[in-house]
Design a protein around this ligand. Structure first.
Ligand SMILES: *[C@@H]1O[C@H](CO)[C@@H](O)[C@H](O)[C@H]1NC(C)=O
Ligand SMILES: *[C@@H]1O[C@H](CO)[C@@H](O)[C@H](O)[C@H]1NC(C)=O
Length: 517
């Protein structure tokens, strides 16, 4: 036992203080060990929160990478870099805290080595930069983070109660070994407050998944097809989304110089063909800054699949077979007419954004001319809506504004789950975009969303139920049990510490009392 103790003591001392040997006269007043211990706790908590923010933001990682690509013209999976850096920082902090706790348990002095101090301050700077970055350029991400709490808060609360119960031993030890009344009071009050907040947190927790009866599963709409399995906006991509059983294709339409509507997302940018085609190689001397820069015949010469295999935007290419990769490499830009044909063939709806100026009339004519059942067309663009209603009354009008109609297409973070539930109960059909992660799909399923636009139809199609649902009554019983259990354990730990302090078995315990300062 004591061997084991000294092993852990050496280990944690070496890693925390970088002193191999036990120090005889730790100069504690100079080192401020207590302050640095508090900073370790603080940075660990911040790093965990930051890691959480990164993980729940990964639903929109393709957006982040796309925005950075547009700004820098360089395709790197920036989001993955961010995740890896954050994970390293978090792991480092958690281990440091662990070693600090071991030091406290073994009543060793807590002298943080200055390398750790510098790294911790660096960590704070990184996190602050990250939070500022999000607040400045990606504000709507905070809505996603808030929404995610509806999926995670019950579990976070259980975790927090567990961590608190474990930490309480250290805190009680600190309270009993601190001689100044004032410090004792501060530690005691702070701990009591935090405990109260965590134990009562469920009073503010709400989730659409606190339900008895689950609404039907939302239908899937393929966002540019199935862009994780094939290059976006190609016939191969839409074909793969057909195998997911999607209800509709979501795409983007632009107009070539000779007025042929074709499918391409990037637009309004001096290099709008750069990301997904080899336009630079094929037309090195042309200025390509608008969809009308090329004729349809010229667009057909471009390859629209090589980029996918080369840049692997979703880290999925390694899962594809050689023949699938060869097919992906051979994709070209499709015309709207080709997509309409596929849609008609499979009885799948089509929904799209328009990105060229004044293309509504030409697009409507192409659709009417293609022979597709007009009720398969979900019309989204709001410009010229009155004209479209008159010219093609059978198109289904879809709105991005709650006030306008009873078929909506909204960004998932722009509407609360309560509002979704209320709308769908009143027979409004609500589609949410872009929903890629399981947790988000689960929440919207619980809330009763009609459909979601997704990059990952291949994973969402296999979900047979949300990640979790629980009747509200049962949840209340569980959190009461967890809280009461935690309070009982803390009471026992407190009594143990009190007894040990008031009736020390030997003088040894009192000698190194000042381990926490
Ligand atoms: C690539 O596509 C063209 C037509 O789009 C086809 O003729 C050719 O055989 C395809 N090549 C491969 C390797 O699939
Ligand atoms: C197409 O799908 C709709 C439902 O989305 C269905 O009502 C209709 O009968 C289908 N049409 C054909 C020809 O299968």
């Amino acid at each position: 036992m004591s061997n084991c103790k000294s092993f852990w003591g050496v280990c944690s001392r070496t890693l925390y203080s970088c002193y191999w040997k036990k120090q005889k006269e730790p100069n504690e007043s100079k080192q401020k060990p207590c302050l640095w211990f508090s900073i370790v706790i603080l940075v660990t908590v911040l790093a965990l929160i930051w890691m959480y923010i990164c993980l729940v933001s990964s639903n929109d990682q393709d957006d982040v990478n796309w925005k950075l690509f547009t700004a820098l013209h360089l395709w790197i999976n920036w989001f993955m870099v961010l995740i890896i850096l954050s994970a390293l920082l978090t792991a480092y902090c958690v281990f440091l805290l662990l070693f600090a706790l071991i030091q406290v348990f073994l009543k060793e002095p807590l002298n943080l080595h200055c390398t750790h101090k510098i790294l911790l301050l660096g960590g704070i700077v990184l996190i602050a930069a990250g939070v500022t970055g999000i607040s400045v350029v990606w504000k709507e991400d905070w809505l996603t983070v808030l929404l995610s709490l509806e999926a995670t808060a019950p579990f976070l609360q259980f975790g927090a109660v567990g961590a608190l119960t474990l930490l309480s031993k250290v805190v009680f030890q600190a309270i009993f070994t601190t001689h100044q009344k004032f410090s004792r009071c501060i530690i005691g009050t702070a701990f009591a407050l935090v405990t109260l907040l965590i134990l009562l947190w469920p009073l503010c927790i709400w989730s659409p998944c606190f339900i008895d009866k689950l609404p039907p599963k939302p239908e899937l709409i393929g966002h540019r097809g199935a862009p994780m399995l094939a290059p976006e906006n190609t016939i191969m991509s839409f074909n793969r989304s057909v195998s997911c059983g999607v209800k509709a294709f979501e795409t983007d339409v632009q107009l070539s110089e000779d007025n042929v509507p074709f499918l391409m997302h990037d637009h309004n940018n001096s290099n709008f063909l750069e990301r997904t085609t080899n336009a630079k190689e094929i037309f090195p001397n042309k200025v390509l800054n608008a969809s009308a820069s090329l004729t349809w015949a010229e667009y057909q010469r471009l390859n629209a699949g090589e980029w996918f295999v080369k840049t692997d935007p979703f880290r999925t290419v390694s899962q594809l077979s050689e023949s699938v990769k060869a097919l992906a490499r051979n994709q070209t830009i499709p015309s709207l007419r080709q997509l309409l044909q596929l849609a008609q063939e499979h009885n799948i709806s089509v929904m799209f954004d328009l990105y060229s100026p004044d293309q509504e009339h030409k697009t409507v004519e192409t659709i009417l001319d293609s022979g597709i059942d007009p009720s398969l067309v979900l019309w989204l663009p709001s410009a010229e809506r009155d004209y479209v209603r008159k010219r093609a009354p059978q198109f289904i009008q879809v709105y991005d504004n709650i006030a306008e109609g009873n078929r909506l297409n909204l960004k998932y973070s722009k509407i609360s789950t309560k509002k979704i539930r209320e709308l769908t109960k009143n027979n409004t059909r609500v589609n949410l975009w872009t929903v890629n992660e399981r947790w988000l799909f689960s929440l919207l399923w619980c809330a009763g969303a009609s459909s979601v636009t997704t990059n990952s139809c291949h994973t969402l199609k296999d979900m047979e139920q949300p990640d979790w649902t629980i009747p509200l009554k049962l949840y209340k019983i569980i959190w009461l049990c967890v809280d009461i259990g935690s309070i009982l354990i803390m009471a026992v730990l407190f009594a143990y510490q009190w007894r040990k302090d008031n009736f020390p078995r030997s003088g040894l315990t009192t000698i190194r009392r000042s381990s926490l300062g």
